[in-house]
Design a protein around this ligand. Structure first.
Ligand SMILES: [Fe+2]
Ligand SMILES: [Fe+2]
Length: 349
């Protein structure tokens, strides 16, 4: 991370020269876009009009993509506000006070992303049902997210961040940060944002587009935080500090665990859903692979076998192209409907 100059003043509790302090300041300065203002300034009209003019398969592809974001943003906001923030106060982390300060900015922006997506999808794409009343926090995700493997990545995130908050152990913190900042934000969200940035060629959705420019900039700061955090832990491991041993292995293991499920969601880009918006699975996989290589190998100095990762992805891809997605979706919806019946009855029947 480029180190900007420290301000000409200092505190006693807060280190103003610390890079997390500066990242916090950047969030205060740049992360202040206002979702409601964006709604007021751009309005929903053009997006609604375009949405109405799209074919059903085009709508489905966009809705699937945004459903991944809606559930993803809700999950990262929830974990950032609770366990991830707690873990940043761990004694094993340098400048933990500044890291906690940064987490407030991260949490705020994740809630704004959720705010945008939830209202946008409700106002523009009025024909979807995300089973909100069945508690979307854990276990009741949008059917398409639950049907594909994406739900597993978020499940993993919940477990890893909870463990990191509980143990304050550097290896547990590394695992949580790998899933959260590298896999979810650094790969899934970036690949998804790339797809959304290509939508204007096919669908004029200015409100969605503007919002995603802000969202991507916010995510850039979150990823920087994650990468710097992992670098710090790896440096201590490589310097031979006993309690940091196992950090790199934890990072690598977390990638291999998440990769097949991340590939599952790439199903949304394939010919199996017709790919009416031409999001192009090959380009998507290549972009994902480059991001893995760049973050894990080049930046963090891990030794990820790129070909092994791509093999895992392509094996999984062969598997999922055999899926009958429609019937899986119907099955998931049937299950939710049943739960909804139980909820409505208060569980008495
Ligand atoms: Fe986000
Ligand atoms: Fe984020």
């Amino acid at each position: 991370m480029a180190q900007s100059a420290a301000p000409p003043y200092a505190g006693q509790r807060i280190e103003t020269g610390d890079k997390w302090y500066q990242l916090f300041q950047k969030g205060v300065e740049l992360g202040t876009w206002n979702v409601e203002k964006l709604f007021d300034e751009i309005g929903f009209e053009q997006d609604r009009e375009t949405w109405q003019s799209l074919g059903e398969d085009e709508r489905n592809q966009i809705r699937y993509l945004l459903s991944g974001f809606l559930d993803g943003e809700t999950e990262v906001a929830g974990d950032a506000a609770t366990n991830l923030s707690r873990a940043m106060g761990a004694d094993c982390l340098a400048g933990n006070r500044q890291k906690e300060m940064f987490m407030t900015m991260l949490t705020l922006t994740e809630h704004k992303h959720t705010q945008f997506l939830d209202i946008y999808m409700n106002e523009v794409m009025d024909d979807r049902d995300n089973y909100t009343e069945l508690d979307p926090r854990r276990g009741t995700r949008v059917p398409i997210v639950q049907t594909t493997g994406l739900g597993e990545v978020f499940e993993h995130q919940g477990l890893l961040t909870a463990k990191a908050a509980q143990t304050d152990d550097p290896v547990d913190i590394a695992r949580a940060a790998t899933n959260y900042h590298l896999n979810v934000e650094g790969i899934l969200a970036r690949v998804g944002s790339t797809a959304i940035s290509r939508l204007p060629e096919r669908a004029n959705l200015p409100l969605l587009n503007y919002a995603f420019k802000f969202i991507s900039t916010d995510e850039g700061r979150h990823i920087t935080h994650g990468v710097e955090l992992l670098k710090e832990l790896l440096e201590k491991e490589r310097a031979g500090e006993p309690s940091y041993q196992g950090v790199e292995a934890g990072i690598v293991e977390t990638l291999y665990k998440d990769v097949p499920y991340m590939a599952d969601f790439a199903y949304m880009y394939t010919e199996a859903v017709g790919d009416p918006l031409d999001l192009d699975i090959d380009a998507t996989l290549l972009r994902g692979g480059n991001l893995i290589d760049g973050m894990y190998n080049e930046t963090l100095g891990c030794d990820i076998d790129y070909l092994e990762v791509m093999d895992t992805v392509s094996d999984r891809y062969d598997e999922i192209t055999e899926w009958d997605l429609e019937s899986r979706l119907e099955e998931q919806e049937r299950h939710y409907q049943q739960k909804r019946g139980i909820t409505a009855d208060g569980g008495d029947e």
